[in-house]
Design a protein around this ligand. Structure first.
Ligand code: HEC
Length: 154
């Protein structure tokens, strides 16, 4: 009986620390096979992150036809329509975490990396803020965005 309680405590401790820190993410040819959190992404939250200018602001550079209510979509990057047909989940996780691991020298920001990095708004000035900064998105926000991208099947 007691042993079961201990095991339960141990398991919850393991799950609580399951989040992968930015520096510990393993890329294989740009892809990240393992979930950053072990918690399934929520596509609805991912859509919010992508269209929110203070968060991912992906629409500043990409168009997404499935988001007709989001004004001023950009075309610096390709349209994300059908992304789920071009990329596997692991590849999308890699692109969203650090696009430079897939596209060498990309202007797309590295969203899951500790700074200094170039923020989307600074992309054209090339100015990076000084010092260590937290990642632009949390591990769960990355998973949510990946879950949303997986819904984009043309
Ligand atoms: C500053 C502009 C910029 C921002 C902001 C940006 N991207 Fe990108 N993204 C690009 C560019 C440019 C490419 C094309 C690859 C390259 O040459 O760098 C790209 C490529 C991609 C691709 C692969 C495109 C394909 O073929 O389907 C995906 C997926 C993607 N971005 C997702 C996102 C998501 C999700 C966000 C927000 C969390 C985001 N991007 C934010 C510029 C941007």
């Amino acid at each position: 009986m007691k042993r079961h309680i201990l095991l339960g405590l141990l398991l919850s401790a393991v799950t609580a620390t399951a989040e992968t820190a930015p520096a510990a993410v393993t890329f294989e040819e740009g892809a990240v096979a393992q979930s950053l959190t072990g918690v399934a992404g929520d596509p609805a939250e991912g859509a919010k992150v992508m269209s929110n200018r203070a968060l991912g602001n992906c629409v500043a550079c990409h168009t997404v036809s499935a988001m007709p209510d989001v004004a001023f979509q950009g075309n610096v990057g390709p349209s994300l329509d059908g992304a789920a047909e071009r990329w596997e989940e692991a590849q999308l996780r890699g692109i969203v975490s650090d696009a430079k691991m897939t596209f060498d020298g990309s202007v797309m920001p590295s969203f899951y990396k500790t700074g200094p990095y170039i923020r989307p708004g600074d992309a054209f000035t090339g100015k990076a803020p000084e010092g260590e900064l937290p990642p632009m998105l949390t591990a769960q926000q990355i998973e949510d965005v990946v879950a949303y991208l997986l819904t984009l099947k043309e």
